[in-house]
Design a protein around this ligand. Structure first.
Ligand code: ADP
Ligand code: ASP
Ligand code: MG
Length: 422
């Protein structure tokens, strides 16, 4: 008998029929003798609907007070889900109880809309499990020191599930979703994408941080820090499939660099259209200029991603960087208002219609020429590269947003990711 955490995403919870199916699957695991904690997301589309209502009424400038209310509203999606799932489990003859984040409690900091989990008090949950109940805990939410409801950022139910699994030392955390595992890239963009039986933790971390929405980045970070056995699998298989078979299906996030692991140079392609590019043209090329530009941006709590500075000509240079698209207007206002004039920039330019496409693979460490193969594949499609950023196990390019799908397909083909590595 083991303690197992299941997480079900929005599509898996998308209708009462689907919730009934989730309940039947969880009941199967409970009847097999496991202690079960289940973390569902809001029903698909619900978080967007709720935030849409909030935005209709919101003032144009954001604030912590406003974000507090966004969290108050968005968190109700998961509250409905836990109640429905607990009822569906009871209808299956399984004792079940539901909790919101604050009832557990799952403690977070106060950064509304992107709160971080600080601790989880599991005594109430443990008591229920000991009494033979299935415990259903709302994903995506927690509570801060002042009893304010917080949410963990979009896709945050993954993180709730892994954090609960870590805190409770669960034997495994199974992330049930609408695809049957982690693929070489999003199968919605490349139908030939191939499912990976295992993916190394480092690669999964890169894929998630570079925009692959299959797992929220923080859930992968938690899994790494606390060594939580983590698997991504489908909630659309028949609920009554053999439990042993189900436990081995999908994609395992592996912490061991096993020789048997699929040894491709490039394991996957991630993409992200949530970024925007800003450029300061004709800034003086002198010590301290990067700090003069990026210091105020960081002070305004704006995260910076790719940075590029050109070689200087006649003592002047161009300086570009990318930020989240949500921060684009704020960044432009900052550059046009104070930073541009302070640095004597000749001009401030912005482009929100960019995207970042990345190839990821631990095999890149020991292979040369991977990046140039990437650049060739893009040039053959006539795609202009605006920025490049590399690390040991990834190469990212910033390109025009309209070429994103073309780039992902071309790279998938160039690296023959549809084929099993030998
Ligand atoms: P859930 O609601 O279950 O959390 P998400 O929509 O957040 O599901 O994540 C699952 C989706 O992630 C898939 O439907 C797929 O389109 C997308 N996705 C992006 N990259 C990948 C990838 N490399 N492998 C599999 N799915 C991916
Ligand atoms: N319901 C939340 C969202 O849509 C959390 C999640 O699905 O993981 O972002
Ligand atoms: Mg998700």
């Amino acid at each position: 008998m083991a303690l197992i955490v299941h997480k079900y995403g929005g599509t898996s919870m998308g209708s009462t029929d689907r919730i009934r199916n989730v309940a039947k699957r969880v009941a199967k695991w409970a009847r097999a003798g496991h202690q079960m904690v289940v973390v569902p997301s809001a029903m698909s589309g619900e978080t967007n609907r709720l935030l849409g209502l909030a935005k209709e009424l919101a003032p144009s400038s954001g604030s912590a007070e406003l974000n507090r209310e966004f969290d108050m509203i968005a968190s109700t999606g998961e509250q409905v889900s836990v109640g429905l799932l607990a009822i569906a489990l009871q209808a299956e003859g399984i004792e079940a109880v539901s909790y919101t984040g604050w009832q557990v409690p799952l403690n977070t900091d106060s950064s509304y809309t992107k709160a971080r989990i600080e601790s989880i008090e599991d005594s109430r949950v443990r008591a229920d499990l000991a009494a033979g109940k299935v415990v259903v805990i709302a994903g995506f939410q927690g509570v801060d020191d002042e009893m304010n409801i917080t949410t963990l950022g979009r896709g945050g139910s993954d993180t709730s599930a892994v954090a609960i699994a870590a805190a409770m030392k669960a034997a495994e955390c199974l992330i049930y979703t609408d695809v049957d595992g982690v693929y070489t890239t999003d199968p919605r963009i490349v139908p030939e994408a191939r499912r990976l039986h295992t993916i190394s933790f480092e690669e999964m971390l890169e894929m998630a941080s570079l925009g692959s929405k299959i797992l929220q980045i923080r859930s992968v970070e938690f899994a790494g820090k606390y060594r939580v056995p983590l698997r991504v699998l489908s909630s659309f298989t028949p609920w009554d499939i053999d439990i042993e078979e189900e436990a081995k299906s999908g994609t395992l996030i592996s912490f061991e660099e096993d020789e048997k692991m699929e040894q491709a140079v490039v394991s996957g392609i991630a993409f992200n259209r949530d970024e925007a590019k800003v450029t300061l043209l004709g800034v003086p090329d002198k010590p301290g200029i990067a700090y003069q530009i990026l210091g105020p941006v960081a002070e305004a709590n704006i995260d910076i991603d790719v940075i590029i500075q050109n070689v200087s000509q006649e003592g002047k240079t161009d300086f570009s960087f990318t930020v989240h698209r949500n921060d684009y207007a704020r960044t432009m206002a900052l550059l046009e208002g104070t930073v541009g004039p302070a640095t004597q920039a000749a001009k401030v330019q912005g482009d929100p219609k960019i995207c970042k496409v990345s190839i990821v693979g631990i095999g890149m460490r020991s292979h040369v020429g991977v990046a140039s193969k990437m650049f060739r594949a893009l040039s053959e499609e006539g795609i202009n590269i605006q920025m490049i950023s590399t690390s040991e196990i990834k190469t990212s390019v910033v390109i025009d947003e309209k070429y994103m799908e073309l780039a992902v397909r071309a790279l998938h083909k160039a690296f023959e990711l549809e084929k099993d590595p030998v």
